[in-house]
Each structure stands twice: as C-alpha cells, then as structure tokens.
Design a protein around this ligand. Structure first.
Ligand code: HEM
Ligand code: HEM
Length: 215
C-alpha cells in the first residue's frame, strides 16, 4: 500500500469517505486512517469529517509533531491525481456521508454540541433535536448570520420567534444529526447572580417592612 507513485483518482477517493474505509488528503497525498480512528489523539470526529476530503489546512493548523507525521506516512496510499477536483465533488462526498453516517437518534451532550460552534461546523438545538446547519447556512432565507448567532446553542426560542412555516420544519428533518441529552449548562451565569441579588433585596425589604410594622 505504501506507494507514493500510485495515483489516486477523485472517484476512488470519494469511495473512501466513511468510517468503514476512510482516506484523507494531506499535502497532496492520500492516507488511509481507517484503523487509526480509535487511536487518533485528536479524536475520530475530525478524521471522519475530513474523510474523502483535503485535511491539509487543519492538519497543519494543529502543528502535528514529527512523530504524528511518521505515523501518518506509514499509512500512505498514494498521490492524489493532478486532475482538477470535479465541481460537485464536495457535495457528492457530503451526501454519501449524510446517507450512511447519521443516526438521528444519537444522544448528543451539550458539551459536544458546544464544540460545533463555528461557521464551518455549525450545529444547533431546536425543540430537543440537534441539527447540523453547516451546509444550509447560505440557503437560509433568513440569512446565514442569524444561524451563526445560535451556533452550538439552543435556538428553539429564536426559531419560534421567526414564525417558521411548515416547509421550514420539513427542511429541518434532513438536517438532524441527533437528540440533545442532559441538562443545559448555565452559560451566562449572570442570570443566577441577578436572581441572587433579587432574593437579598426581597429579604431586606421584608425585614424593613416587619420592622416598620412592629414599631
Ligand atoms: C494519518 C494522519 C494523522 C495522524 C497520524 C495524526 C496524529 C496525531 C497525533 C499523534 C496527535 C497528538 C499530537 C501530536 O503528536 O502532534 C494528533 C493530534 C491532533 N490531530 Fe491528528 N493526525 C492525523 C491526521 C489529522 C487530521 C487530518 C486532522 C484534521 C483534519 C487532525 C487533527 C488533530 C487534532 C485536532 C489534534 C489535537 C491537537 C490538540 O489537542 O492539541 N489530525 N494527531
Ligand atoms: C436551523 C434550521 C432552520 C431552517 C430549516 C430555517 C428555514 C427557514 C425558512 C424556510 C424560512 C423562510 C420562511 C419560512 O418558510 O418560514 C426562514 C426564514 C427565517 N428564519 Fe429560519 N430556519 C432555520 C433556523 C432559524 C433560526 C435558528 C433563526 C433565528 C435565530 C431563524 C430566523 C429566520 C428569520 C428571521 C426568517 C425570516 C426571514 C424574512 O422573512 O426576512 N431561522 N427560515
């Protein structure tokens, strides 16, 4: 398998975008990470995300050690073809992943949800269900920015406020990646401190009231 001269075609690469057989492109070379998924210190999610795709930028961003590079090199399949990437390639890979990888009943914690809070990886909760809206952003009639504002968060109230139609609900179905589980962490913290100040104020007010009344 370890053959730099082997040329990997785009259609071949697309056939290896799932957990069962997972190739990633790094610096123009194709690596088979199928049996490395469980061992990867950066987790399996990120490798699955880049399965069948070019992970160069992210790989370099993370500043992988020389040790990581040596592990990687032992998994070389070949060199990616110099043919230009077909125009619908990313769409094709994403639809393959969507069809097979998604279990809409998967339990997702608030912590996991919170990690998908960026423009290129954007999830949100609506009515207890978790949706991946990364690819939907630019198609959203209400615009992408409003979705980014709810990235990795509960968007139920905002979704209701916008009075979405039945057709919007229908579109949601295709985007579901799981259901949220556990208790939502108190993100701001300011709500509870406001409540605390309010309780102290009430106790003082009642105290003053009793004092005045019994004088
Ligand atoms: C065969 C390919 C790969 C190998 C052998 C590999 C190996 C490793 C190793 C050994 C580490 C621990 C830190 C280090 O020693 O550098 C690591 C961390 C990580 N890797 Fe990879 N990696 C591979 C591909 C990728 C790809 C394609 C991505 C993203 C697209 C990625 C994302 C990460 C992340 C996010 C971390 C965590 C860094 C941190 O927590 O600071 N890796 N990887
Ligand atoms: C994530 C899944 C979402 C889907 C599938 C979706 C879908 C849609 C659709 C189809 C429309 C057109 C009107 C309609 O048919 O109701 C729309 C409009 C709108 N959406 Fe969403 N939406 C989503 C999330 C959100 C969220 C989380 C917000 C607020 C934070 C939001 C705010 C809006 C607004 C303000 C409009 C009105 C745009 C206008 O009429 O100018 N949407 N959305």
């Amino acid at each position: 398998m370890n053959d730099e001269k082997r040329i990997v075609r785009w259609d071949e690469l697309a056939d290896h975008c799932l957990r069962t057989s997972l190739w990633v492109v790094i610096e123009g070379q194709v690596f088979d990470v199928t049996t490395y998924l469980a061992e990867h210190p950066g987790g399996d999610d990120i490798l699955l995300k880049y399965g069948g795709l070019d992970g160069t930028q992210k790989f370099l961003e993370v500043n992988h050690s020389n040790y990581a590079r040596s592990l990687r090199n032992a998994r070389l399949v070949g060199t990616l073809t110099s043919d230009p990437q077909p125009s619908d390639y990313i769409k094709l890979v994403k639809s393959k992943k969507q069809k097979t990888n998604v279990n809409p009943n998967r339990q997702i914690t608030w912590e996991e949800l919170g990690q998908h809070n960026k423009k290129d990886d954007l999830w949100m909760v609506i009515e207890g269900k978790v949706y991946d809206v990364t690819d939907f952003q630019d198609d959203h009639p209400g615009g992408p920015a409003i979705l980014l504002g709810k990235a990795g968060d509960d968007a139920t109230a905002a979704f209701h406020d916008a009075n979405h139609s039945q057709s919007a609900y229908k579109q949601l179905e295709k985007l579901q990646v799981g259901v949220i589980t556990g208790v939502r962490p108190n993100v701001s913290g300011s709500g509870s401190s406001t409540n605390f100040i309010f309780v102290i104020f009430m106790i003082l007010a009642i105290g003053v009231g009793i004092f005045m009344f019994t004088r």
